[in-house]
Design a protein around this ligand. Sequence first.
Ligand SMILES: CC(C)(COP(=O)(O)OP(=O)(O)OC[C@H]1O[C@@H](n2cnc3c(N)ncnc32)[C@H](O)[C@@H]1OP(=O)(O)O)[C@@H](O)C(=O)NCCC(=O)NCCS
Length: 434
Amino acid sequence: MARTDARTLPLDETSTAALAQRALLYRLVDPADPEALRAYSTAEARGFLGEEPTDDEAREFGESIGYRRRIGVYDEAGLDPQVPVATVNSWVGELSVPGDRVTPFWAISGVTVSPARRRRGIARAMLEGELRTAHDAGVAVAGLTVSEATIYGRFGFAPAVEATTWDIDTRRAGWRGGDVPGSFDYVRREEAVALLEDLHERVRVTRPGDVDGWRGRWRQFAMIAGGSKEPGRTRVVRYADAEGVVRGAVVYRLTEDPADMARHTLDITYLVADGDEAYRALWGFVLRHDLVSRVRASLRSVDEPLPWLLADRRGAHVSVHDHEWLRILDVPGALAGRGYAAAGTQVIAVSDPLGFAEGTWMLEIGTDGEARVTPTDATPQVSMPVASLAALYLGGVHAATLRSAGQLTGEDDAVRALSRAFSGDTAPALGIWY
Ligand SMILES: CC(C)(COP(=O)(O)OP(=O)(O)OC[C@H]1O[C@@H](n2cnc3c(N)ncnc32)[C@H](O)[C@@H]1OP(=O)(O)O)[C@@H](O)C(=O)NCCC(=O)NCCS
């Protein structure tokens, strides 16, 4: 099925009216207008407290997200009415879900409101506009990676993918992963883009929560995008297996300890492995790197095999945080879009203040792991707010855990059956921001 081009969809009328009441203009950014694109990039950089882009950087950024629908909110009475006071962009991407498949989802990014216009309901108008537009376009799930965990719950989103951050004292941690056959080679940064793109495409479908990437993301990782700081400190190394097939790559950055050359820090930007051997090979490479005593990595999964490769796992400090948040917009569409680990029938009541997912639903899962979802008048066995359904969607948390936290209700048997059915083979993971 062809994916909807988000750029072709009309602006949401309710949000247009809500912002007009505040004398603000809600507008699609014209992709053919370089001045408007530059102003959009400037506004987004201000919102994320980044450096304001040069003209070239703004042009490059504009091109790299040219496939997205970009919206600006403009204050025509402001000092610089060309620069939006708020931004958001979105597109229909592919989300990997349990059952080794992908489902279309409404990806949202670049949500910013100028610090000079904050807390006047602008983000609410933009976010609700995104959700209505996605729902009207028939997209069942929306998602984003978030700067703060406190913003999106009120719109029905929940953390569906958690991520871990690693700080490893390599001398203490040691290595018990052995050696795997194969070879490592440095890759020129210009050539890393195609390599990362290819590896990510191969691997993303195997892990619920992952999404399709875009060229601009790989250019940033390879430090060849405009505005890259100290690009020469970044290295890209690829791993090929014994047959010479490229199976993985690691992008990292080295920082010297001025007091001791043998104590460099190696920060992993991205490590992608197509298979277990590649995983062990690449971690073995970074953890046994000469002149390096500390390795750091972020956006790793919560069930990383890494502790099992360390001689002393206490040499690694690991912290967990929420990363990707989802919002269910269409219960039958979303639930039928993934596969399940156990057959059975459940009646689930979902409450949704915004109305999209509200209702009581019969979830019938066959022995093939496929689900059929229909509205029903039957008495619900399990009841939950829409955010809890998003938390469960990729199998990142058990229904029983949410019940303990008071975020779902139901009898023991029904909750246990739901936990079993929704579990995936692996914890959901997402190694990039979008
Ligand atoms: C986060 C941000 C977009 C909010 O914009 P805003 O226009 O001030 O938000 P609104 O006025 O529409 O607020 C909507 C609701 O969210 C709440 N809210 C907004 N920002 C919040 C924050 N950072 N933390 C907690 N709650 C927040 C508001 O209190 C309000 O709550 P309520 O309606 O339930 O009472 C804006 O502060 C911003 O650009 N921050 C920096 C960039 C950023 O982090 N963007 C998010 C990227 S994922």
